[in-house]
Design a binder for this molecule. Structure first.
Ligand SMILES: C[S@@+](CC[C@H](N)C(=O)[O-])C[C@H]1O[C@@H](n2cnc3c(N)ncnc32)[C@H](O)[C@@H]1O
Length: 254
């Protein structure tokens, strides 16, 4: 089973829990940071379009890809329902390819941390670099180590449109302090009139990064002008209680 698969139940839960337009401060932040962007924008791991669809609606020239067909289908439905022209493909961080370059690449929601091997992560940063136009910017959110290591919460549940119940139980099965990874068994269950009708096990793996470490990784990939911001306050140095850290870096102009 592939890690971080975002299968049918996982995608359904994501779409119920974080529907299009739901912001954690990130939608407004990315909108502001992209305001002066001239040229196409790419959102890798676009998911259900939580951020992508509002940006597209506001006239940003944005396209996206995701490794999960189920997630992409939610995004496609949302776009079609709004008559939005859509450019979405089924691709992965590790292999994505375009025959054009982008003015910006954005990765909200800590999705970059789904790449848990540091060599693979370095190669993906280089791939982002190669797909940016000179002067283009990469903007990436990372969850701080504290939130990745926090103990899993209680079982969560959502009611579907048909009145069925979806539940998620998160069992942390491994924390590897050397590799800086956690592995959780996310167990999704779909209940109809009290009977369990479907289950799905997601092997959910995340990697945490130190701020200095990630800054260096960006520089090794060729990026310059790395800015680090806490809690979506641009250029405000992160503080230990911040819930999100955003990196912005530029491909040199020449
Ligand atoms: C936390 S969701 C983020 C969705 C959206 N960007 C947002 O901000 O709400 C993470 C997404 O990463 C995708 N994903 C996981 N592994 C991936 C990979 N190797 N390549 C591309 N996408 C991947 C998942 O399918 C999922 O849609």
């Amino acid at each position: 089973m592939r890690d971080n698969r975002y299968g049918a139940l996982s995608s359904w839960v994501y779409n119920l829990d974080k529907p299009v337009g739901r912001s954690f401060g990130d939608l407004e932040y990315y909108r502001d940071r992209l305001a002066q962007c001239h040229g196409p924008i790419l959102e890798p791991a676009v998911g259900n379009g939580r951020i992508f669809v509002p940006l597209l609606q506001e006239g940003f020239q944005i396209e996206g890809f995701d490794a999960s067909e189920e997630m992409l289908n939610y995004c496609l439905d949302e776009c079609r329902g709004r008559n939005l022209p859509v450019d979405l493909t089924l691709q992965s961080f590790e292999k994505f390819s375009y025959d054009k370059s982008f003015a910006a690449i954005i990765i909200p929601a800590g999705s970059f941390q789904l790449i848990t091997d540091e060599i693979a992560a370095a190669a993906v940063l280089k791939r982002f670099y190669d797909h940016l136009a000179p002067g283009g910017r990469l903007i990436i959110d990372l969850d701080p180590v504290g939130s990745i290591l926090a103990p899993p919460g209680p079982i969560r549940s959502w009611t579907t449109e048909d009145g069925d119940v979806l539940t998620l139980t998160d069992n942390r099965v491994e924390t590897n302090y050397l590799a800086q990874t956690t592995l959780s068994h996310n167990r999704y269950e779909l209940w109809h009139k009290g009977a369990l009708i479907k289950t799905e096990l997601e092997l959910f793996k995340l990697r945490w990064w130190g701020i200095y470490e990630f800054r260096l990784a960006l520089q090794v990939a060729g990026f310059m002008n790395v800015q680090v911001s806490g809690n979506y306050q641009h250029a405000r140095t992160p503080q230990s209680e911040d819930e999100i850290i955003t990196f912005e870096a530029q491909r040199p102009i020449a």
